[in-house]
Design a binder for this molecule. Sequence first.
Ligand code: CA
Length: 127
Amino acid sequence: MRRSRVVALSVLLAVLGSVSLATSAQAACSSGTFCGYDAASYVTKMYQISGGSGTTISLADADKDKTTSAHNKTTKYYCGVNEQLFADHTLYEFHPGEDVPSLNSTANNAIDHYDVKNNTGNCVNPI
Ligand SMILES: [Ca+2]
């Protein structure tokens, strides 16, 4: 009986531990910035960026083709762009304040840079 209570308590602590980890990962993305993560549900933050409208923000080579989830904690639109040989394509337009826990199969693991815009519909070659 005592042993099963210890096991139950251990399981409860493990669950609480993972919840607080996920919460701290989200809290680590500051207001006014855009954060990209390597895994779904904002796990393993790779970058935290920001820029004015008209800015292009290139990701480090190590972070290209790896974004799976993202927080847009800015007031701007972020065009997630895939760089291709003949024409770049916007795979996903992140709206101001949008949280994306898991990108669709087109955009997942394909974004190379972001174009920052004040208004919707201004992303290059949207898919
Ligand atoms: Ca790419």
